[in-house]
Design a protein. Structure first.
Length: 466
C-alpha cells in the first residue's frame, strides 16, 4: 500500500545521510519560521485562537511562543501553528503550492525537548519531503479546485515529521499518515480572513495528534490514499492525480535542495511578490512617485490573480491578498512592511485613491499547465504620457536561482524576533538556529525563547488571552 511504502522512506531519513545542502536549507527554514512565529505571536488571529484554548488547555510542557507560558502539546501546536502563518510571512514551496514549514515546525517544537538538534533537523526534512511529494501527485488540480495545500497536504507533513521525531515504526507511521488523510482540510475561500492562518494551526495540531494516536495503537487504512473513496478520489477526482510521482526519485534530490524553499521578502501573499518586485524596480529606475502616475497595469498568471484580484480590501488580512493594495504601498513607500497590514492602514485614504489607478488582470497568453506561473508584467503610464514596463519572472527569494541578498534572512529574523524578545535572546537564538546540529537537547533552544520575552510583550499577550 502506498502509505506503507511512503512510511518506509520517511523512516529511512537520517541526519547522517542528509546532503550538506539539505541541512543548510533546513536550518534556514527553521530560523525563518521561528522568526515569523514570534512576530505572529501577538497578531489578532493568534490572540483569538489562544484566548479560546486558554479556557480549556491543560498545563503541560510545551511553550506558547511569545510568552513564557506552557500548555499541553496539542494546544501549543495549534496556537503556535496559527502564529507561524498569521502574518503570511512564512516560507513557500513551488512543489507544495503553499507554505512548507509552518505546518510542521510548531508541532515539532511542542515535542522537541529531549531530542537532539540532529534529530529535529532530520524530522523536519522528512516532513517537508513527505508533503511536497504528495503535492507532486495531486497538483495543480488540487490547488485550482480550491483546496489550501498548506493545510491539506501539510497535515501529512506534520504527521510525518512528528512520527519521525517520536521514532514511530513504519507501520505506526503509515497509520499516522492514514489518520492525517481523514483530518486534512482547508479551503481557499477563506483566504484573506483569520481562518487562513487558523488552517495552519489546525493542520499542525492534527498532524501531531495523528502521530500520537498512532503511537498509542490507533489503526487506520494504509490504503487511504488510493482507495476508491480515499484521499485522491475524494479531494481531487478521477484522472486528476498521479500516485507514481510520490515515490519517484524520493530524496534524490530532496525537495529542500531542488527546487528549494522560497523565503519571503515581503509580508504578504507570495502571489503578489513578483508585482511588488517589478514596482520596486520601476520606482527606483525612473524615480516614480504617486503624483506622477496615471495608470498601473499588472498581468499575472490566472492561477495567481484568482485570489489576489482584490480592488477593495476590507481588512489588513484582506490587504495581504490584494495586488492593488500592495502595488500602491510599494509605490508610495518603496517597501511593503508589516505595519502596512493593519485594518487602519488598509483604510488609508491616500492609498485607497492610488489603488483606483491599478488595473490587475490575468495574462491572456498564460499557459494553464506550467510551472512558470510566478511572473508579473507591470506597465506604468505617467501623467506626462510616459510608459515604463518591467517583467519579473520570479520574485527575489522564490528559489535557489533567485535568492535573497546576503544577510537578508538574518535581518528578517532579527526584525521579527525583536517584536517579543530582548536583544540578547534574539542573538542567542540566531546563533543556536545556525548551529542547530550541535544542540544535544532542543530544550536549551526553547528555554532561550521562553526566557527572553520582553515584559511588555507578555502583558500584551496576557490581555489578549483574558
Amino acid at each position: 500500500m502506498l502509505l506503507r511504502a511512503l512510511a518506509d522512506r520517511i523512516s529511512e531519513v537520517t541526519y547522517d545521510a542528509l546532503p550538506a545542502q539539505a541541512i543548510d536549507v533546513a536550518k534556514q527554514g527553521i530560523l525563518d519560521t521561528v522568526g515569523v512565529t514570534l512576530a505572529g505571536a501577538q497578531d489578532e488571529t493568534t490572540s483569538v485562537v489562544a484566548s479560546v484554548l486558554r479556557k480549556t488547555a491543560a498545563a503541560g510542557p510545551a511553550l506558547i511562543f511569545g510568552t513564557s507560558d506552557h500548555v499541553d502539546v496539542l494546544s501549543a501546536a495549534l496556537i503556535n501553528g496559527t502564529a507561524a502563518h498569521a502574518l503570511d510571512f512564512d516560507d513557500c514551496s513551488n512543489s507544495l503550492g503553499g507554505h512548507p514549514s509552518a505546518p510542521i515546525l510548531p508541532a515539532l517544537w511542542a515535542i522537541a525537548p529531549g531530542s537532539s538538534g540532529k534529530a529535529f533537523i532530520a524530522a523536519y526534512v522528512a516532513g517537508v519531503e513527505c508533503e511536497t511529494r504528495l503535492a507532486r501527485a495531486v497538483h495543480f488540480h488540487h490547488y485550482e479546485k480550491g483546496w489550501h495545500p498548506t493545510a491539506t497536504l501539510g497535515t501529512f507533513g506534520s504527521a510525518a515529521a512528528c512520527g519521525h521525531l517520536l521514532a514511530l515504526s513504519p507501520d505506526q507511521l503509515a497509520a499516522a499518515l492514514a489518520l492525517a488523510a481523514s483530518m486534512a482540510s482547508g479551503i481557499k475561500a477563506n483566504f484573506g480572513t483569520m481562518t487562513k492562518p487558523f488552517h495552519v494551526g489546525h493542520t499542525t495540531r492534527n498532524g501531531l495528534l495523528a502521530a500520537l494516536l498512532a503511537k498509542e495503537g490507533m489503526t487506520a487504512n494504509a490504503g487511504a490514499l488510493e482507495h476508491p473513496q480515499g484521499f485522491f478520489a475524494a479531494y481531487n477526482g478521477p484522472g486528476t492525480f498521479n500516485p507514481d510521482r510520490i515515490l519517484e526519485h524520493w530524496g534524490d534530490p530532496f525537495d529542500l535542495v531542488d527546487p528549494g524553499i522560497a523565503f519571503k521578502r515581503h509580508p504578504c501573499c507570495g502571489s503578489t511578490h513578483s508585482a511588488v518586485d517589478a514596482m520596486l524596480h520601476l520606482r527606483e529606475a525612473h524615480a516614480l512617485s504617486p503624483e506622477r502616475i496615471a495608470k498601473i497595469e499588472s498581468w499575472t498568471h490566472p492561477r495567481r490573480i484568482a485570489h489576489t484580484n482584490r480592488p477593495n480590501p476590507q481588512s489588513g488580512i484582506d490587504g495581504k491578498f490584494s495586488i492593488q493594495y500592495v502595488l500602491a504601498r510599494t509605490l508610495m513607500h518603496g517597501i511593503v512592511s508589516m505595519e502596512h497590514f493593519s485594518d487602519a492602514a488598509v483604510r488609508d485614504p491616500a492609498t485607497r485613491a492610488l489603488m483606483t489607478r491599478v488595473h490587475a488582470v490575468p495574462d491572456p497568453a498564460a499557459k494553464r499547465e506550467t510551472d512558470e506561473h510566478f511572473y508579473c508584467r507591470l506597465k506604468i503610464t505617467t501623467t506626462a504620457g510616459e510608459t515604463f514596463e518591467h517583467l519579473v519572472d520570479r520574485p527575489v527569494g522564490r528559489d535557489r536561482d533567485h535568492p535573497l541578498p546576503p544577510g537578508a534572512l538574518d535581518a528578517k529574523f532579527r526584525d521579527c524576533a525583536k517584536t517579543v524578545l530582548d536583544g540578547k535572546a534574539v542573538e542567542t537564538l540566531l546563533a543556536q538556529c545556525k548551529t542547530l546540529e550541535t544542540m544535544p537537547d532542543m530544550a536549551d533552544v526553547v528555554t532561550v525563547i521562553a526566557s527572553g520575552v520582553i515584559p511588555s510583550a507578555s502583558v500584551t499577550r496576557s490581555r489578549a488571552y483574558a
